[in-house]
Design a protein around this ligand. Structure first.
Ligand code: ZN
Ligand code: CU
Length: 479
């Protein structure tokens, strides 16, 4: 018999961290049917994969593609990197469950351009995605800030008991409908006033659904240790697994402190299931006006509604040319987003290398001048950090983008190459794979990605998108 598609003589890296083998892999429909080192089987389509690596499709552990799945369903910035699944709903921000608003207030405007893009339930969000599929698979967390917007009168205060119970009702319904956990963005204004106890009360609802708690912590700068302790307390008291999002030590004072933070995370790991994700850059990116501009050595404006022509300019330049103070300039630009150079390369490398760290882009699309992580994260880890710097082996790099991520987030039968798993696959050249997106020119396809398959459909080949939209909504956390 012949398979639909065969990769002959590929260097197969299965995602688990196991060493590479040379094998042929047969795919039929959406399943990896056969892996053989003898390779004597046929396909309706055969790809000679000599010298190329076949890996599980990458899983973006930290995405904000909630709305991009509708706005840019071909998802070229992910597919061109070999990403086949995204984890959305991060940093406290999800499109559901929330009735439409007048407009989308910051930081919800990172995922929604207007108030009509929200969904009153995960059921309606997911079924809209089922009806208009994108090119990637997606799973989604429930955003704590979204819950707050939907249930609270005054976001500058802790939630009352009644508001907590309203949020819990929404959260439980969302989990029943397939959301995989709760995310917070305790750093951001809509959630800043939430005490630890509010989050613990919500996290208790996760337990019966195997839900996970994922957090953009209250403080990633001077208070980073306290924030890690807060995260551990939430996990311990609610008895849930936790993930620290885009772990970093921001601001010059804190450079080098990943030695402390990672030791703390290891210590917590003795009694709590804890994970973390990171992206391979020394600059972050989010809304302007939340304080990041004060501890960055340089700020690049990514977009501005107040002054659209400011995109791609440096904040310090704008301060000069406008003759305003930094604070006044920020006011003038808002609502706006920026790229903030706040990290130290040694910390970035130490964090990427930690065995629990998985790779998440934190990319935000839909703006003229995004952070290059949106188009470059995964090939950069492979090409720059693994091949060029030798920070970790290719097998380990791939593990951090596939199997470990799938295990952490409860994604079944993906993130691994084995017979019977879903055929989410990427074929790339290990000698040339590299990101080309830069801070100056951030919207550029990576080099070296030959094929991306999503549920068995060839979606990227020879530097072009095939138009396939075979992505699925993956409901529930399976552990
Ligand atoms: Zn975040
Ligand atoms: Cu984020």
């Amino acid at each position: 018999m012949a398979f639909d598609l065969v990769f002959h003589n590929a260097t197969v890296v299965d995602g688990t961290g196991n060493g590479r083998i040379t094998a042929s892999v047969g795919v039929s429909a959406d399943i990896i049917e056969k892996i053989s080192t003898t390779g004597d089987f046929d396909g309706h389509q055969v790809v000679d994969a000599t010298g190329l690596v076949l890996a599980p499709g990458f899983i973006d552990a930290h995405a904000h593609d909630d709305n991009a799945l509708f706005q840019t369903p071909f998802m070229p910035f992910k597919i061109s990197q070999g990403v086949t699944t995204v984890i959305n709903g991060n940093c406290g921000l999800s499109l559901a469950p929330l009735n439409s608003l007048e407009n989308a207030p910051p930081p919800l405007n990172l995922i929604a351009k207007n108030g009509k893009q929200f969904f009153s339930s995960f059921e309606s969000y997911f079924s809209s995605l089922d009806e208009a599929p994108s090119s990637v698979n997606s799973v989604c967390l429930v955003g704590h800030s979204t819950l707050r917007f939907s249930s609270m009168e005054n976001l500058d205060q802790p939630a009352t008991d009644r508001e907590i119970s309203l949020m819990n009702t929404d959260l439980v319904r969302s989990l029943e409908q397939g959301a995989i956990g709760l995310s917070t963005g305790l750093f951001y204004p809509p959630a800043k006033a939430a005490p630890t106890e509010e989050v613990i009360e919500l996290c208790k609802s996760l337990v019966s659904y195997n839900g996970i708690y994922v957090t953009h912590m209250r403080d990633e700068a001077d208070g980073v240790m306290k924030s890690i302790e807060e995260t551990a307390r939430i996990g311990r008291e609610a008895a849930v697994e936790v993930v620290i999002s885009h772990h970093k030590c921001a601001g010059k004072n804190n450079h080098g402190r990943s030695l402390e933070t990672l030791a703390k995370i290891d210590e917590i790991g003795e009694y709590l299931n804890i994970g973390l994700d990171a992206y391979p850059y020394i600059a972050s990116s989010t809304m302007l006006g939340a304080g990041n501009e004060n501890r960055a050595s340089k700020v690049l404006i990514t977009w501005s509604d107040g002054m659209p022509e400011a995109a791609n300019r440096e904040l310090s330049e704008l301060v000069q040319s406008l003759g305003l103070t930094a604070g006044e300039t920020v006011e003038r630009l808002m609502p706006a987003g920026g790229v903030f150079f706040t990290m130290d390369e040694n910390d970035v490398q130490r964090i990427l290398k930690h065995p629990k760290t998985v790779i998440g882009s934190d990319g935000i699309s839909g703006y003229g001048h995004p952070h290059p992580r949106l188009w470059g994260t995964f090939p950069r880890v492979l090409g720059h950090y693994s091949r060029e710097l030798g920070l970790f082996s290719l097998e380990d790099a791939i593990r951090k983008m596939t199997y470990t991520t799938a295990q952490r987030f409860g994604i079944q039968n993906r993130g691994i190459i084995r017979e019977g798993a879903f055929a989410d696959l990427v074929l790339f050249d290990p000698k040339t794979v590299i990101d080309t997106a830069t801070f100056d020119s951030p919207m550029q396809e990576a080099d070296g990605i030959h094929f991306t398959l999503v549920n068995g459909e060839i979606t990227w080949t020879n530097g072009r998108h095939t138009g396939a939209r075979s992505g699925r909504v993956l409901r529930g956390r399976h552990v």
